[in-house]
Design a protein around this ligand. Sequence first.
Ligand SMILES: C[S@@+](CC[C@H](N)C(=O)[O-])C[C@H]1O[C@@H](n2cnc3c(N)ncnc32)[C@H](O)[C@@H]1O
Length: 424
Amino acid sequence: MAVPRTKLERSMSGQSTFLSNMSLPVHGWYRFPAGFSAKWARSVIDKHRESTDRLALLDPFAGVGTTVLSGEDAGVKAYGVEAQPFIQKIAAAKLLWHTDTVAFRDAAQAVVGQASGRSPRRYLYPKLIHGCFGEEALSDLNNLRHTWEEMDDGGPVAKLTWLALVGILRSCSSAGTAPWQYVLPSKTKSKVLAPYDAFNLQVRKMLADMTLWQMTDVRCDANIFLDDARLLNTIADDSVGLVITSPPYANNYDYGDATRLEMSFFGEVTGWGDLHEKARKHLIRSCSQHASIEKLDLNRLLDELVGTTLVGEISSVCDALAEQRLYHGGKKDYHLMVAAYFADMRKAWRSLRRVCASGARACFVVGDSAPYGVYVPTDRWLGELALDAGFRDYSFEKIRDRNVKWKNRKHDVPLKEGFLWVQG
Ligand SMILES: C[S@@+](CC[C@H](N)C(=O)[O-])C[C@H]1O[C@@H](n2cnc3c(N)ncnc32)[C@H](O)[C@@H]1O
């Protein structure tokens, strides 16, 4: 059964990106281009409010917490699950907006006071960091970081102060950022902020947002867990009435890499190997690097899809990708990526079935892809996997065409993005 479209949902194509969140309280504390619009999430919550009367709202691919914060704002019990540890830490810190503002202000001022009194130190950072920051900026950032580390007691104030520092790194970097989040040290920016100015500004913005939200505080249960959407160990059976989410797409975007600048600055990673161990290996396998590093076996992956109506179709697409690979210089393992992606998403739907109460609704923002020009009908295949997991029906609502304009696109297969609605 098709789910009716509302005016707000129809207008989402104009505001579907995270950029519109940057001017919203709390949402804008960290720029995460892979996120979706908080206003849109709120419109879906409002429209399906009866689904959350007794049950929770869940985002199993929570990112920086857009759905959960929108749920809190709407007074709904809201949970998120995020498997990339650094992204989960950012999201969880945003949920601390109700912390005492005076305590946060004093701590942030103390960090600035002590950091600016430290003499410039020798420091050892990965090459990426030296490529992204000028000497002076890095010295200031380094002093802020070490002062923060000395005051870190693991409490909410320390977490908010950490987030303030995380939130300014890109604006203090002279390096450009590719569409979405990859850092490009060779591409320089004209507008670069000085670390202390940026930090003070960020803290002031956070304090203003916290004060605003605390004035209308409708406290409800909200949390973002470090967990895996394929398992949902932190979510109780039959406890969810509404799911709003956007999973990784099978389009080779690497969420392990999305926070490489920030993780490198805080000493959490030093190189590519680290990035896989610390971040990527926990995630849905949606990029070819992931499939290659794990040396996956196609037949084993297809075995994981046995019993679904899709195994033949997925297998044909993977065969076509394995053939195309031979004609392309990069020889990317898209055939393994696609099989692994749908095997993973089958697990995610099964876990969702367990935690969703009967009659629950899910809205997935999804996009299809065409690696090496071979079309992967992600929306339909995800819908079929939802039925395979025991949901009753699905429908797809297109919100925009993709890959129809760019002159230098890699292939000319028309693509789309939209809402996959699932019920049952
Ligand atoms: C499209 S982004 C979601 C963005 C989110 N809607 C927001 O506004 O911030 C997909 C997210 O799924 C996360 N992810 C990937 N694999 C996961 C898994 N197995 N379990 C939970 N989260 C996962 C990624 O790290 C990424 O943050």
